[in-house]
Design a binder for this molecule. Structure first.
Ligand SMILES: [Zn+2]
Length: 267
């Protein structure tokens, strides 16, 4: 049976609403905590088929992250399939850049695929590495509707999940008390993944912010601060001087209280 265009829009909207509800239902702060690598230590294994350029970009990203945060990346000692209990980040050549989920997986190792088109740029690899260490897209924050309007009908169906707004509690932990950041390396561009490339997917409420949205050149100060706050890197930059940021100590205290409240509600 052929569905009219009107019905297709209704079905797509219902599917999106369902996906958003089920994702938000899964959201909780404890689960968000488990996305992070214990002690900020990531064990990785590089595939043999990675090209020289991609390897160099991975090295540059790791050195960059280690210089501004307390994250530590160590190569896996021993062969894949050998006896080890560590959760491992396997990095392989792929057709496109793909990471199966945000953060670490408690039950096993994770796979990051780096396709040539994106992995040729170190900062695109950096975006993927931030997903690896548990950072979500900035425009998925609970408060994003105060900063951008999203045209859900113009999102490519394969990228719908990247625009789903997360629950309030998860956003409070994940945004680490920092203000909404159009300049984040984790923010998509206005025309990121559109069905119709003539129309934007997201429009900022501050028009000039469109110039910076989707930048993939550098970590913004808030990106660095977010990593250091999430991993408790107290000797590194924590972003207390960013306008609109909740001081690190206050955010941490509030986040702990919220987690306790969430545990209490669950029982
Ligand atoms: Zn992403």
């Amino acid at each position: 049976m052929l569905l009219s265009r009107h019905w297709l829009v209704v079905v797509a909207a219902a599917a999106l609403l369902g996906a958003r509800r089920s994702l938000q239902a899964q959201d909780n702060m404890r689960r968000e905590d488990h996305l992070r690598w214990p002690g900020g230590e990531v064990t990785f294994h590089l595939g043999r088929n990675l090209t020289g350029t991609v390897m160099a970009n991975i090295r540059e990203v790791i050195e960059g992250l280690e210089s501004v945060t307390c994250l530590k990346f160590s190569p896996l000692v021993g062969r894949r399939g050998g006896r080890h209990t560590t959760k491992v980040l396997y990095i392989r050549q792929g057709r496109s850049c793909y990471y199966e989920k945000v953060g670490r997986r408690a039950s096993g190792s994770v796979l990051l695929k780096l396709g040539d088109r994106c992995a040729q740029r170190p900062t695109a690899v950096l975006h993927m590495f931030l997903h690896v260490v548990g950072v979500r897209h900035e425009h998925q924050r609970y408060d994003r509707n105060y900063y951008v309007t999203v045209d859900h009908h113009n999102i490519l169906p394969s990228h719908t999940l990247e625009y789903i707004r997360r629950s309030w509690g998860v956003s409070y932990v994940a945004s680490a008390g920092l203000p909404y950041d159009y300049a984040s390396i984790m923010h998509h561009a206005a025309k990121g993944h559109p069905r119709d490339s003539r129309r934007p997917v997201m429009l900022p409420l501050v028009p000039c912010a469109q110039l910076i949205m989707g930048q993939r050149d550098v970590l913004s100060p808030a990106d660095v601060a977010r990593l250091n706050r999430l991993y408790g890197c107290k000797r590194y930059y924590l972003g207390d001087d960013i306008i609109g940021a909740v001081p690190y100590a206050t955010w941490r205290r509030r986040a702990l209280r919220l987690r306790r409240l969430e545990d209490h509600r669950r029982w």
